[in-house]
Design a protein around this ligand. Structure first.
Ligand SMILES: Cc1cc2nc3c(=O)[nH]c(=O)nc-3n(C[C@H](O)[C@H](O)[C@H](O)COP(=O)(O)O)c2cc1C
Length: 246
């Protein structure tokens, strides 16, 4: 339809990178594209930490469960929800500030995601590839320590960026009819039969991608996730950082 939509629809995560730095100015351009995203009530609550030190990258590989592309990507960024900057500025206005509401934590997190996705789209428009790293939340306390994060700042995810050294297939998404509801939940949306068809499609996608090693469909993958504990320490961690108190 147009080149922006083409870039969005051609997205696939890149997990193998050429050993080549980004050109001068590219990173700033991407970050500014991120800053240009909408931001809830203008809070601008995203902080990005660029991790360059090989020893720090190494620590991130380890705490993310051995994801080696964190080391080989030209850039590795950690996106943080940051209400500390706002707290400090509010202090200059002699106001008693409170940043502990769940709504504020949610808004800050949404801001980070919108910012980061703009960065990804900007990167992909320049021929770069990206991979989000939610794996850094395996050990959020370690991330706080490595990056010296104060209270009211928490790491949402990492992002690898670099020139791709692979050309993976696009991963099929659920049929649009299944995710688009009309007027009310469940009205005129696709049937579970369509998800059955999608399951078959994902099964063959994984077969192809892994040379037959991975034999699972989308529903199976979701079932596997749902029966395992999902980072059970997260609420306690977020509260320790000052988020989601009430
Ligand atoms: C917040 C977030 C965290 C993610 N964390 C990881 C990760 O730790 N490691 C990884 O290899 N991929 C990670 N991904 C990538 C997803 O696995 C990927 O986007 C999804 O399977 C769809 O594939 P595609 O991006 O190639 O279309 C993450 C994606 C998001 C949005």
């Amino acid at each position: 339809m147009n080149s922006t939509i083409d870039i969005l629809k051609n997205h696939r995560s890149i997990r193998k990178f050429v050993d080549r730095p980004l050109e001068e100015g590219m990173l700033n351009e991407m970050i500014f594209a991120g800053q240009s995203a909408s931001t809830s009530s203008f809070i601008q609550s995203c902080s990005v930490i660029r991790v360059t030190e090989p020893s720090a990258r190494n620590k991130f590989v380890a705490l993310s469960g051995g994801q080696k592309y964190i080391e080989s990507a030209a850039e590795f960024l950690v996106f943080c929800a940051d209400l500390e900057r706002n707290r400090t500025r509010v202090l200059t206005k002699d106001v008693e500030a409170d940043f502990s509401w769940a709504e504020q934590g949610l808004a800050a997190t949404v801001d980070v995601a919108l910012f980061a996705q703009n960065v990804v789209t900007a990167a992909e428009s320049m021929g770069l590839g990206c991979c989000y790293i939610g794996g850094i939340r395996n050990d959020p306390d370690a991330v706080v320590e490595i990056l010296n994060l104060p209270a009211l700042v928490y790491p949402v995810f990492g992002l690898c960026i670099g020139y791709p050294d692979q050309d993976p297939d696009i991963k099929p998404r659920l049929p649009t009819s299944v995710v688009l509801h009309q007027g009310q939940y469940g009205v005129n949306k696709g049937s579970s039969l369509e998800i059955d068809t999608y399951d078959a499609q994902i099964k063959s996608y994984y077969h192809e991608r892994t040379g037959g090693k991975l034999d699972i469909d989308w529903s199976g993958q979701m079932a596997k996730q749902a029966e395992s504990q999902s980072r059970p320490f997260m609420l306690e961690f977020l509260r320790k950082q000052g988020f989601f108190q009430k």
